[in-house]
Ligand binder design. Structure first.
Ligand SMILES: [Zn+2]
Length: 307
């Protein structure tokens, strides 16, 4: 099943954040879903190491990393809406290691799936929201530093704008950042991505997909050598932190347009989960698992495509 893809997960993605709207149990639940519902053996899922400081420095400042390491509340860490413990910092380092590992796998096989990550609100020098380390930016910068890629695109379809990613890559014309989000939602104000599509409250499947198509065309025109997909589950109609109105079918269509287009064009793609705060955690898990299933079958079909 996994010849065309690498699936990455660590039990350490779970960390104790106390009573919170962020369902950190979802990472293991998505993994369990993939093992029970898809033809994936538990042994095929690879575990990342925590991203080394050297890799984190490609996207974050040393002062900020020092604060995280020392678990210090400063102006750099206090925008976080999570506690700051060694276990939590380790979970974010694991997620950054995981997205980097998935990105390496994508370059080798076509597709890499991190069953975590997508922490797009973290900036170079500070935490924000539920995000301490921007795994998307770390992975892109590490691959660029190693000379494996030059041009990358981040396709961020979380209901919230990918402001941290936009800030990190602002002024860097080697990275195209696309964010399609609910305009009136967090964060306010927004940062400037390469292309921002801000949707009205309660926009549904039809409106979403109509706006997605030309935005993706702009990404393909840029000619990325890899796409990092932040596949947030929170545009879902029953999300507690989202105000869009996508159905499960609409989210599936969204994922297909991104993932099948990458496979068709032979562009390696990395899936990260991003947000997801549905009233029922099973819905969030189902949305993420469906994204993974689509990514796997698109990658398989891409492999079978005649050269
Ligand atoms: Zn979100």
């Amino acid at each position: 099943m996994l010849s065309a893809a690498v699936v990455v997960h660590s039990p350490g993605y779970f960390c104790d954040i106390g009573p919170h709207v962020f369902p950190v149990e979802k990472f293991a639940l998505v993994r369990a879903h993939l093992v029970s519902e898809l033809e994936i053996e538990a042994g095929e899922i690879v575990e990342p190491a925590p991203a080394p400081r050297e890799d984190l420095l490609r996207a974050h400042t040393p002062e900020y990393l020092d604060d995280l390491e020392a678990l210090r509340w400063t102006h750099r860490t206090r925008m976080s809406e999570l506690p700051l413990t060694a276990e939590i910092v380790r979970a974010y380092r694991l997620a950054a290691g995981g997205t980097t590992l998935a990105a390496r796998g994508a370059l080798e096989r076509g597709c890499g799936i991190n069953l975590g990550g997508g922490f797009h609100h973290a900036s170079a020098d500070r935490a924000e929201g539920f995000c301490y380390l921007n795994d998307l930016a770390v992975a892109v910068r590490v691959l660029q530093h190693e000379g494996r890629i030059r041009r990358a695109a981040v396709v961020d379809l979380d209901v919230h704008q990918g402001n941290g990613t936009a800030r990190i890559f602002g002024g860097d014309d080697s990275v195209f950042t696309l964010s399609i989000h609910q305009e009136s939602n967090y964060p306010v104000p927004k940062a400037a991505s390469t292309l921002d599509v801000g949707l009205a409250d309660r926009a549904g499947d039809e409106e979403y997909l109509r706006r997605l198509d030309p935005a993706l065309e702009a990404v393909w025109s840029f000619g990325p050598e890899i796409v990092l997909y932040q596949a947030g589950a929170d545009p879902y109609v029953e999300d507690q932190l989202g105000g869009l109105a996508l159905t499960l079918g609409g989210l599936e269509a969204r994922d297909r347009r991104v993932l099948e287009s990458c496979a068709l064009r032979g562009i390696p793609v990395v899936v990260t989960l991003g947000g997801g705060y549905a009233l029922r955690v099973e819905d969030t898990v189902r949305i993420h698992a469906r994204t993974c299933r689509i990514a796997l079958s698109a990658a398989q079909a891409g492999m079978r495509r005649p050269a």
